[in-house]
Write a protein that binds this ligand. Structure first.
Ligand code: BT5
Length: 252
């Protein structure tokens, strides 16, 4: 792999690959073998990049940021969703610093102009019933060719180069992102994290359809709570607390 964009890794323990199955799998295996807090796995290409629920994450070789960070947070299991919220905040801030105007769609998609530019996949690694580590995997569409043209439309996706209208080096994005992750990963319990998430949210205050399992709920996305759950004020009255799901923003 070209080393120019790896300069920002500095002294951080890391493993970099030209091609790998999934950086999340490599990071989880490394975590079990003792990878320290903040260790990073990064790749130019993934042959089995994963999204949530077994979905695929696609990226053309060499044009996206594909990485996973090992975290060893001291948090209760019910606070685990905060790790993905934290990554979304770090990404929103990094993209803002680069000149874009990103928004976070619950739970942790980062969008620019309503199009998905980032995917986040946080997975806990257990050692028996003890939380050993959390691996937070991040894919950012950086270069214009990061996705084949037909998938850009099918996924309603975009790239940072398209959003900014200028060439963007992956190293630029990596440096900004690592600064944000290092700042926020030590502040998982800080109410300021939720405040920063709210400030970047494009979901709160909006009429949404939320799909959880096979059920579709309609209502207004009122807030997130301390555990990262979405509080949905239902059209028929009452508030539902959603721990996971897909949200579609509705007009009006
Ligand atoms: C996600 O899943 O958004 C989490 C993706 C995490 C990817 C990173 S890359 C580094 C690390 N290693 C891994 O193996 N994974 C992580 P989800 O919310 O389930 O969204 C997946 C859906 O997004 C797919 O079904 C497509 O519709 C769409 N999609 C796939 N590739 C995309 C891309 N490059 N840009 C935008 N949308 C994409």
């Amino acid at each position: 792999m070209a080393v120019d964009w790896l300069d920002s890794l500095g002294e951080r323990p890391h493993r970099s690959f030209t091609r790998i199955g999934s950086t999340n799998d490599e990071a989880a295996a490394w975590a079990l073998a003792g990878a320290p807090d903040g260790a990073l796995v990064i790749a130019d290409e993934q042959t089995a990049g994963r999204g949530r629920l077994g979905r695929m994450w696609q990226a053309a070789p060499g044009s996206a940021l594909l990485l996973s960070m090992v975290l060893r947070p001291e948090i209760a299991p019910e606070a685990l969703p905060r790790v993905a919220l934290m990554a979304a905040v770090a990404l929103a801030e990094a993209l803002t610093a680069l000149g874009a105007r990103p928004g976070i769609k619950w739970p942790n998609d980062v969008l620019i102009d309503g199009r998905k530019i980032v995917g986040i996949l946080a997975e806990a690694t257990w050692d028996g019933d003890r939380l050993a580590a959390v691996v937070v995997g991040i894919g950012v569409n950086v270069r214009r060719g990061a996705l084949p043209a037909e998938t850009v439309a099918a996924f309603n996706a975009t790239t940072l180069e398209d959003a900014l209208g200028r060439p963007v080096a992956r190293g630029e994005v990596l440096a900004a992102l690592l600064a944000g992750l290092d700042r926020w990963r030590r502040r998982l319990a800080d109410p300021a994290l939720l405040a920063a998430w709210r400030a970047h949210s494009v979901t709160l205050g909006r009429a949404v359809s939320a799909m959880t399992g096979a059920t579709v709920l309609r209502g207004v996305a009122e807030d997130i709570d301390a555990g990262g759950a979405l509080l949905l004020r239902l059209e028929g009255g009452g508030v539902r607390r959603l721990l996971a799901g897909e949200v579609t923003l509705r007009q009006g």
